[in-house]
Ligand binder design. Structure first.
Ligand SMILES: [Fe+2]
Length: 135
């Protein structure tokens, strides 16, 4: 039985809209784990991974737009983290669907990456946005 994510205030990045996005991402990661626990077929898991790709793209653009608008100084580095992860999500999904990669290896990577990114990089923008009246 896998460990599911449960969002709590310690994950908050100080901007409500992004917290809501992150909750949806955690929900999708949980759906992947649930599928694994219930031995869902590859197609069903593939569909969730594709949903995760689409949502990840939407969410990264969402954060980046606000960073650009407010001239966030760490935007280039943050953008680089996003691009790196996005490439990996695409590659892993492809490898998984081609049976070249183990499901748990992908999910473990995605979970660790997301938690790390939210708690390290994303939290760094809190003060910047909050200082400009964005909560
Ligand atoms: Fe981010």
């Amino acid at each position: 039985m896998a460990n599911y994510f449960e969002w709590n205030d310690s994950y908050s990045v100080g901007v409500k809209a992004f917290d809501e996005d992150h909750k949806i991402i955690m929900h999708l990661l949980n759906e992947l784990l649930k599928g694994h626990d219930s031995k869902a077929d590859m197609q069903a898991q593939g569909e969730i991974l594709i949903e995760l790709i689409k949502y990840t793209r939407y969410h990264f653009r969402h954060e980046e737009e606000l960073m650009i608008q407010s001239e966030y100084p760490d935007y280039p580095a943050h953008r680089e983290h996003h691009d790196l992860l996005f490439d990996k999500v695409l590659k892993f999904t492809n490898d998984y669907l081609n049976r070249a990669m183990d499901f748990m290896a992908i999910t473990t990577f995605l979970m660790e990456w997301w938690l790390g990114h939210i708690q390290e990089e994303d939290k760094q923008y809190k003060g910047w946005f909050n200082g400009r009246g964005i909560h």
